[in-house]
Design a protein around this ligand. Structure first.
Ligand code: G3P
Length: 495
């Protein structure tokens, strides 16, 4: 039997999953790690946590699955994207904590670059916007704020990577400094049309190009793991950023196919095929996946707070103990009340890109309580998804906003939330049988490259539906609700 080990290094935890020859999950190991918030709007990870939880969960899952490392044919990696690691190429020591994708510390740098007229060229080359979300300005911040970092970088002593790249470097014992095209496409430094790092943007941000990794296809040779880690060398053969891996795991391989993943945030990707579509509606143009040196592009809408709003109900308001309590609470909410929560806890992402605004609640009455707040929290995820689909619809073609949405991620387990989603977008929502789509995507990339798993067409045929949610909300109610949401967002951005 051939197995594949998938590593999913996420924002709040690291996971390792063993898949069998039929691409079925055999065992999972997961470890959470600490989030560091050194200042308002700043989010960091201790780089040693990223490594120790990754290596630890890999060892655990191999043991739990009861497989020998000799039967693992390949390793696939998927990861939280945009998060920046900068380390010393000789000692392996990071020069700073990892600056996480959610971190807003470079908002003023982005505003300055925008005011100086640089957004258009950045957008044209990278498909992204000038927002602190992406890696480039975070990397510039480290070089400008950590003593001696710039001098070391200029001397060629430092290496930059998104988390995949850092893990590849660690797993291979420093032998390989490489990333894949989907992760490179999130850095603000990569020209998605030319398929190379942009000299102009690196110059603009003051980033020495010697820091940058080699960029490969998603299914490629990324080196071998150190033999002492798992008992023998294992080939790393697949890499993709987590949202792209989910797009692959959802088998969204045809132009027009669309998926939305509900984790901490929500990320919707629409496959636009070989053509990069420049968004007129503040969506991102990104690489969905790349094989044989040929990128397939996607339009992406990124929302920063989705599942995190349920965490806030649990840890902040303490009105639930577990995420699954949200559903019965929402069901019991008073239908007469229209409480709207705009969860702009860290500003708003697509399509608004408002880094400075903060969350707000509207429509409270004396009878509003935990049930109405829970419903408003779940509804906010549906409303935000509709915002993204409206923008996609306007950018691409008439079909994009009205067709089936494939969903995955923690919150997709909630029937209530998925029914509301279908109601508010007015389109079917498909939940697949396998909800481990991100890890499945990474495993398939590696296993396909190793010759264990089938090629794309056959893999896509095996995707199977668990449940389709169909819209049942009357159109006038849908329109009224969505209009109320739009008013609430406008007021939040103006507050
Ligand atoms: O762009 C950020 C995204 O990749 C993070 O995903 O699942 O770790 O919250 P997740």
């Amino acid at each position: 039997m051939n197995y594949v080990l998938a590593i999913d290094q996420g924002t709040t935890s690291s996971r390792a999953i063993i898949f069998d020859e039929a691409l079925k999950v055999v065992a999972i190991a997961q470890e959470e790690f600490e989030q560091h918030y050194p200042a308002s709007g700043w989010v960091e990870h201790d780089v040693s946590d990223l490594w120790s939880t990754t290596a630890g969960t890999c060892r655990q899952v191999i043991e739990r699955a009861g497989v020998s490392s000799g039967s693992i044919a390949a390793v696939g990696i998927t990861n939280q994207r945009e998060t920046v690691v900068l380390w010393d190429r000789k000692t392996g020591q990071p020069v700073h904590n990892a600056i996480v994708w959610q971190d807003r510390r470079t908002a003023s740098l982005c505003a300055k670059l925008r005011a100086d007229g640089h957004e258009d060229v950045i957008k044209e080359k990278t498909g992204l916007l000038l927002d602190p979300y992406f890696s480039g300005t975070k990397l510039a911040w480290i070089l400008d704020n950590v003593d001696g970092a710039r001098a070391k970088a200029e001397a060629g002593d430092l290496l930059f990577g998104t988390v995949d790249c850092f893990l590849i470097w660690k797993l291979t014992g420093g032998a390989v400094h490489a990333t894949d095209a989907t992760n490179a496409a999130r850095t603000l430094l990569y020209d998605i049309h030319q398929g190379c790092w942009s000299e102009d943007i690196c110059k603009l941000l003051g980033i020495p190009m010697s820091l940058l990794p080699e960029v490969k296809d998603c299914a490629a040779e990324f080196g071998h793991t150190r033999p002492d880690l798992f008992g023998r060398e294992l080939p790393i053969l697949g890499v993709a950023g987590d949202q792209q891996a989910a797009t692959i795991g959802q088998a969204c391989f045809e132009p027009g196919m669309l998926k939305s993943t509900y984790g901490t945030g929500c990320f919707a990707l629409l496959n636009t095929g070989a053509t990069p579509v420049a968004s007129q509606n503040r969506l991102l143009t990104t690489i969905g996946y790349q094989f044989g040196g040929r990128p397939t592009y996607a339009l992406e809408g990124s929302i920063f707070i989705a599942g995190a709003v349920v965490q806030w109900l649990r840890d902040g308001l303490k009105i639930i103990r577990e995420a699954k309590e949200t559903q019965p609470l929402a069901e019991s909410a008073d239908p007469e009340q229209s409480v709207i929560l705009v969860p702009a806890f860290t500003g708003l992402g697509a399509p608004y890109w408002h880094a400075e605004c903060r969350g707000a609640i509207y429509g409270l009455t004396r009878n509003s309580g935990p049930a109405e707040l829970a419903r408003a929290a779940l509804e906010s995820v549906g409303f935000q998804t509709r915002d993204l689909l409206e923008a996609m619809h306007a950018d691409w073609d008439a079909e994009a906003g009205g067709q089936v949405l494939r969903v995955d991620g923690g919150m997709s387990a909630s029937d209530w939330a998925m029914q509301f989603l279908s109601d508010i977008i007015g389109a079917p929502v498909d939940r697949p049988e396998v909800l481990e789509t991100t890890a499945t995507g990474a495993a398939w990339l590696a296993g396909m490259q190793a010759g264990v798993y089938p090629q794309m067409e056959e893999f896509a045929r095996d995707w199977s539906l668990e449940r389709r949610f169909k819209p049942s909300m009357p159109e006038d109610v849908r329109d009224k609700k969505y209009a109320a949401w739009q008013r609430a967002v406008k007021a939040t951005m103006q507050a």
